[in-house]
Design a protein around this ligand. Structure first.
Ligand code: COA
Length: 392
């Protein structure tokens, strides 16, 4: 049996003060604060401040931070024009990734890579990505982007408003705000590790975030919430869940939104999102929460009955039904994940670049075992192309 840690599982690659996950007991902690406390008492703005600066803000700090976000929300007209020139079929994650890489063109401090400049960049990115996701959704549908509301509306309200051109209800805005808090940070997941790996080369913040967005788009990571919604639409009604899940698992395929690389019990975020999804599904009279809950039940039952390793719902299982019931298009599920996780990514990039305590982060350079392809690991004879047989 191969006992190596393929995929870097359980390998400690750095020290971090940002986030702690207890996978056995389903606990998630941002900067010392339990996710349940943040969800009950905090906002996305406050949580972003906590992540970025390490402590909860006082009133004055929060006001200033909210104003900084508000001032940074608008997009340069040339960026909007570039988006308008794209194919309307372009996938939102691709548009976001490439548009993020235009932002350095408008950053007046690109010659500086000190901590202060990176904090400003982090705030700029947290603010702008929401505008960008909303603007692209409108542009691809042939609508004009909507200008942000100003600093009397919070980030969640602003995003929903820019997306729909309607002020959301207080309840939906708060539910969306909670979802943003839940997705803001998750330690060394694939996209955060990608961001930190790029930061370790001393590439700039925007390059790190572009890489993280690419990593998040994959269906085993942030892309799973799109696959979950496709699955729910395919299942269509509660009565179909049993057969659908059974067939899928009998075929050795995965049920998206179930299982996690770290949690060996229910992901605490899934617990909270399930409650939110239930509220919105009921209010909007959609079947999506009920179908999702049954997918969870049947998958867990199947694993038990087939004596397989138990799997539990992860963050993507209930966010899909929540967003869809709110009327958000499926393709925006992963971009919305990104517009929240950017708070964590940017914080990690800063930690990677400016960690004060030893061991200082170093350029990431893991080792791979070279196993060769056709002719063994070493000593291949170079044969000119005209002399190569098909076998070569
Ligand atoms: N559906 C069915 N079986 C699953 C499963 C799922 N969603 N997730 C894991 N398993 C099974 C695997 O098939 C494997 O079974 P085996 O030992 O019989 O081969 C076992 O559980 C362990 O899988 P493995 O991929 O090694 O576990 P992991 O901890 O590395 O997996 C994920 C983590 C996230 C990659 C995996 O759970 C998955 O693919 N989930 C679906 C995608 C998803 O929701 N991603 C979002 C993550 S937040």
């Amino acid at each position: 049996m191969d006992t190596r840690n393929i995929g870097l599982r359980n390998i400690e690659v750095a020290d971090t003060k940002i986030c702690s996950i207890d996978g056995e007991n389903g606990k998630l902690i941002y900067r010392g604060y339990d996710i349940f406390d943040l969800v009950n008492h905090s906002t996305f703005e406050e949580t972003s401040y906590l992540l970025l600066f390490g402590d909860l803000p006082d009133r004055e700090n929060l006001k200033e931070f909210s104003e900084q976000l508000s001032n940074a929300r608008g997009l340069p007209q040339s960026i909007i024009d570039n988006m308008k020139n794209r194919s309307k079929l372009a996938r939102p994650m691709d548009v976001i990734q490439s548009t993020i890489s235009e932002l350095p063109d408008y950053d007046p401090e690109m010659n500086s890579d000190n901590k202060e400049a990176n904090i400003k960049r982090a705030i700029n990115l947290v603010a702008k990505i929401a505008t960008l996701v909303a603007a692209w959704d409108r542009i691809r549908k042939g609508n004009e982007p909507v200008q942000p509301l100003g600093d009397d509306a919070n980030h969640a309200t602003n995003f929903l408003y820019m997306l729909t051109d309607e002020i959301p209800s207080r309840e939906e805005s708060r539910i969306f705000d909670i979802s943003l808090i839940l997705h803001a940070e998750h330690s060394f997941n694939a996209s955060t590790f990608a961001a930190r790996e790029i930061a370790s080369t001393r590439a700039h913040m925007y390059a790190c975030i572009g890489g993280a967005i690419g990593a998040l788009s994959g269906e085993l990571h942030g892309g799973a919430n799109i696959q979950v919604m496709k699955m729910l639409l395919e299942i269509e009604k509660v009565d179909n869940v049993d057969k659908w899940v059974q067939t899928r698992l009998d075929n050795g395929e995965r049920v998206m939104g179930m299982g996690h690389a770290v949690y060996k019990t229910t992901d605490p975020r899934a617990d909270i999102l399930a409650r939110l999804s239930k509220i919105i599904s009921k209010k909007r009279n959609t079947p999506w929460y009920d179908i999702t809950a049954k997918v969870e039940d049947i998958t867990r039952k199947y694993m038990r009955e087939h004596k397989k390793q138990p799997i539990y719902p992860n963050v993507d299982l209930y966010s899909a039904s929540l967003y869809y019931s709110m009327g958000i298009p499926i393709e925006l599920n992963t971009p919305i994940f990104a517009l929240s996780r950017i708070a964590g990514w940017t914080t990690h990039v800063i930690e990677e670049k400016f960690a004060e305590a030893a061991p200082r982060p170093a350029l990431y350079r893991p080792k791979a075992l070279y196993v060769g392809k056709y002719c063994g690991p070493m000593g291949c004879e170079y044969i000119p192309i005209n002399n190569r047989s098909e076998k070569n």
